[in-house]
Design a protein around this ligand. Structure first.
Ligand code: MN
Length: 325
């Protein structure tokens, strides 16, 4: 037998889509790391953003994916009151129910297919606890960085239930931005897209998207090919701006579920630490002091337990991070 090892310049075999041939749609696959949320039995989440190679996708700066968890075994979610500044949080569930309480006095149940968007702005605090009737907890928690001119905006809490859109057997729920003819009425501070997309077994779907947007496709279940690259469950495929369409193909023999994130590249440098986003180490130290000394973030009523103490700040100054292009 002769050695037919590939050398440089070898023709690549197998399907290559047009965008990939044009060098535009190479997918960067971000794999998750497991992070314990804390608490007595420490439910853990799979975090794909931020990571060393990528801080943001649009203004999306944090992506935690969890479950399906048997709550009888993991203890579910019990996150005591904690503060946020400079960001919005998006809770999106596939299964289960979470009770949200915040310092504005909001008391809401987060349910599958329903967007709960909390704007931290200058300062808010909240608690998140899975309800006693929850048996399986499964969903994502996402954060959006606020642009400098709005990062001290008033805190806010919004609830929205998107009408599902059906396209070629796929079901699309657009919770932020616009896709497949659906437009979310929820206000964002930068151009953003957030949508849940489910695909039948072996189905393909091509969607028109804003070519100014970069995108991230988080796969919850199924093996999904995006612009030629196969993404496994819990992986996040990143696509740089420039594509006018996205093609998703479910290569598994069961339905696939994904969350598509997008936005125009966020050009500001940010400093992220614990639950705060600022622009400098000083911003973060001030936010930590305000939380520790009981200012700025209000109070959550109705949570059985103490608020979360802030961790110690690192002894070296926190480094600003920016998007890599
Ligand atoms: Mn939170």
């Amino acid at each position: 037998m002769s050695d037919v090892q590939a050398g440089p310049g070898q023709v690549r075999h197998g399907p290559v889509d047009d965008g990939e041939r044009a060098g535009k749609t190479r997918v960067e696959v971000l794999t998750p790391r497991d992070v314990p949320l804390g608490g007595p039995r420490a439910m853990s989440v799979r975090r794909t953003l931020p990571q060393r190679t990528r801080t943001l996708i649009g203004a999306w700066c944090f992506a935690d994916h969890y479950g399906p968890d048997d709550v009888a075994r993991t203890g579910g979610m019990d996150v005591a009151p904690h503060p946020h500044t400079g960001l919005q949080t998006v809770s999106w569930l596939f299964s289960g129910e979470i009770e949200h309480r915040d310092s504005l006095g909001s008391h809401a149940l987060v349910r599958p297919g329903e967007l709960n968007l909390m704007t931290g702005g200058h300062g808010i605090s909240h608690s998140e606890v899975s309800t006693p009737r929850t048996t399986v907890l499964h969903g994502v928690q996402l954060w959006v960085a606020l642009p400098d001119e709005h990062r001290h905006t008033a805190p806010d809490f919004q609830h929205h239930v998107p009408e599902p859109v059906h396209v070629d057997g796929a079901v699309i729920r657009v919770f932020l931005g616009a896709l497949a003819g659906a437009v979310s009425p929820v206000r964002t501070f930068t151009p953003l897209l957030g949508a849940e997309i489910t695909l039948p077994a072996q189905a393909s779907l091509t969607l028109s998207v804003d070519p100014r947007f970069e995108h991230g496709l988080l796969v919850d279940r199924g093996d999904v090919r995006l612009a030629g690259s196969l993404l496994r469950p819990a992986e996040l495929g990143y696509l740089r701006p420039g594509a006018g369409t996205l093609t998703l193909r479910n290569e598994s023999s069961q339905p696939a579920r994904t969350v598509l994130l997008g936005g125009t590249p966020f050009e500001e440098e940010i400093v992220m630490w614990w639950n705060f986003i600022g622009r400098s180490s000083q911003d973060i130290a001030q936010a930590r002091r305000d939380w520790t000394e009981g200012r700025r973030f209000g109070e959550v009523t109705g949570y059985a337990g103490d608020p979360l103490p802030a961790p110690e700040l690192p002894t070296v100054p926190l480094k600003p991070r920016r998007n890599r292009h």
